[in-house]
Write a protein that binds this ligand. Structure first.
Ligand code: HBI
Length: 97
């Protein structure tokens, strides 16, 4: 279930903006939006996908910023589900970011 080191490296290469969490088999990204409305809209869309995947983020929101940590609790580390959800989140952003 958990990604191998090679799979983890390959996954991160395809996830701009994401990095490993220090000391944890998890990935994180800080998203910054124009305002709260945009940030919450992002969270709403990501939440629906999380439900669809039955895979949920650890995240916090302060005004226009959303900090997301992804890991698979059942596996005790990073799995393909985390990569899928991270990729989906990146896909919600305008092309420039
Ligand atoms: N979300 N991030 C994450 N990790 C899990 O292991 C997980 C989840 N959402 C639902 C879920 N597991 C269910 O399959 C039950 O294990 C709670």
């Amino acid at each position: 279930m958990k990604l191998s080191d090679a799979e983890r490296t390959a996954a991160l290469a395809g996830l701009p903006g994401w990095k490993m969490v220090d000391g944890r088999d998890a990935i994180e990204r800080e998203f910054r939006f124009a305002d709260f409305n945009a940030a919450f809209g992002f969270m709403s869309r990501a939440a629906l996908q999380a439900e669809k995947l039955d895979h949920h983020p650890e995240w916090s929101n302060v005004y226009n910023r959303v900090h997301v940590v992804l890991s698979t609790h059942d596996a005790g580390g990073l799995t393909a589900k985390d990569v899928a959800l991270a990729g989906f989140m990146n896909g919600l952003l305008p092309p420039a970011s």
